[in-house]
Write a protein that binds this ligand. Structure first.
Ligand SMILES: Cc1cc2nc3c(=O)[nH]c(=O)nc-3n(C[C@H](O)[C@H](O)[C@H](O)COP(=O)(O)OP(=O)(O)OC[C@H]3O[C@@H](n4cnc5c(N)ncnc54)[C@H](O)[C@@H]3O)c2cc1C
Length: 382
């Protein structure tokens, strides 16, 4: 086994590091989930794109660098290491785009991908509905055939950054006589049109990017059907595989968090928590090695498949353990948020912990992922 990077991969890392060190905003941007912060983040994403760092693993013609998956992971490590802003383009570039690469027509790739990589058009994921969360096949939103496309009706909920994005992707029942997984179509819906009402859902931290989306006859042209009419389930499973597997949560994010935790421990040592800090750091390294192993398998022609559920359980629970350890190191000071003169690390650990708590819920709950692992990875009886 060779765990060394090649010379060209090392050069790639150096180039990414140098650019990020010179360009990452010195002052942190406002939250990407607030209206003002979202706009600041879009400016940053455009800058990334102008220097061709927004989607490194994509073909150059869509704004990328034709980088390998290993180089993409290297870029991610450098991105998080540099403290660069979170990616508000995330649910487009990491979830929708891989699905477009797999199922999109050439026309769709040429129309949608460049505008996505340049942050001209941002996409939100609209799977969940009031009666369809874990059980996605029970979606009630539907589409009716009209000249040149479809009119869509229904309600989507928990749409991350739906309040600020330009479009959503989701499943709609296109065959009224179908049930469950059959008769669904994957549609890309423009939010800026009549028949769409977006209502922000204010979060506990006051941010308002979460949204409910009400659809009442909005138009979706045939050119925005992804992967064929009534083929939506298969297409959606490709998106969820990206979400739970490789692309949504790369190891760089947790390596950076683990390094911050070690740094916090060094400033506020507590021997009783030393083992947990060490464990958190080792977990992040382990996740990194596991991810490189997965990527190696993919380069050799393998697939992620149901392993992505295992992956999702691991990173989401690791994140909770890590941030919880930080709160224990901080003791009562953990309650001091940004703005307080006594807040440690600007109060970020509490916000990180709160967000980590959502990890076992979004991208498919961990209970459901455990069902998938039991059945499809371990082959246990039902
Ligand atoms: C921070 C955050 C961001 C999100 N962003 C988005 C987004 O951008 N787009 C989007 O579409 N959705 C988004 N969601 C919604 C998320 O996908 C759903 O909350 C999730 O799929 C669970 O669905 P539900 O809330 O309807 O819960 P339910 O499906 O009603 O589940 C309730 C409980 O029952 C358990 N349960 C359900 N079925 C089973 C089963 N078969 N076996 C064992 N246990 C079961 C679940 O694990 C859960 O604990 C987001 C959620 C969060 C927290």
């Amino acid at each position: 086994m060779d765990l060394e990077f090649s010379d060209s991969e090392k050069r790639f890392r150096d180039e990414a590091r140098a650019w990020l060190e010179a360009n990452v905003p010195r002052t942190p941007l406002k939250s990407g989930d607030s209206r003002e912060g979202f706009a600041e983040h879009v400016v940053w994403e455009k800058k990334l794109h102008a220097a061709r760092w927004s989607v490194v693993s994509w073909p150059a013609k869509y704004g990328g660098r034709d980088a390998s998956l290993v180089e993409w992971l290297i870029f991610e490590e450098e991105y998080y290491r540099s403290g660069a802003p979170i990616r508000v383009t995330q649910n487009g570039i990491f979830l929708l785009a891989p699905t477009i690469f797999e199922f999109g027509t050439e026309e769709q790739k040429e129309r949608i991908l460049p505008a996505m990589s340049s942050a001209e058009r941002l996409w939100a994921q609209a799977w969940s509905e009031p009666e369809a969360g874990s059980d996605l096949a029970s979606v009630r939103s539907h589409a009716e055939r009209v000249d040149g496309g479809w009119k869509v009706y229904g309600q989507k909920t928990w749409t991350t950054r739906g309040a600020f994005c330009d479009g959503i992707y989701g499943l709609f029942r296109t065959d009224p006589n179908s049930e469950r997984h059959k008769g669904l179509t994957y549609l890309l819906v423009d939010l800026n049109q009549p028949g769409v009402t977006v209502r922000p859902v204010e979060r506990i931290d006051g941010d308002e990017s979460f949204a409910e989306v009400f659809l009442d006859g909005a138009f979706v042209p045939d050119t925005n059907v992804l992967g064929g009419v009534n083929q939506g389930w298969k297409v959606a499973m490709s998106t969820t595989s990206s979400e739970r597997g490789l692309s949504l949560r790369s190891p760089g994010r947790f390596m950076k968090a683990a390094d911050r935790l070690v740094d916090l421990y060094q400033r506020r040592p507590d021997p009783g928590l030393r083992d947990r800090v060490t464990r958190a750091w080792m977990d992040a390294q382990l996740y990194r090695l596991y991810t490189f192993q997965t990527v190696t398998r993919m380069i050799e022609g393998g697939e992620i498949g149901a392993d992505s559920s295992l992956n999702k359980i691991f990173w989401s629970e690791m994140d909770i353990r890590l941030t919880e350890t930080a709160l224990e190191l901080l003791g009562p000071d953990a309650e001091l948020l940004g703005g307080s003169p006594h807040a440690v690390d600007d109060g970020d650990w509490m916000l990180d912990f709160e967000f980590a708590l959502a990890g076992p819920i979004y991208a498919g709950t961990n209970e459901v992922q455990r069902n998938i692992v039991a059945g499809r990875v371990l082959d246990l009886p039902r």
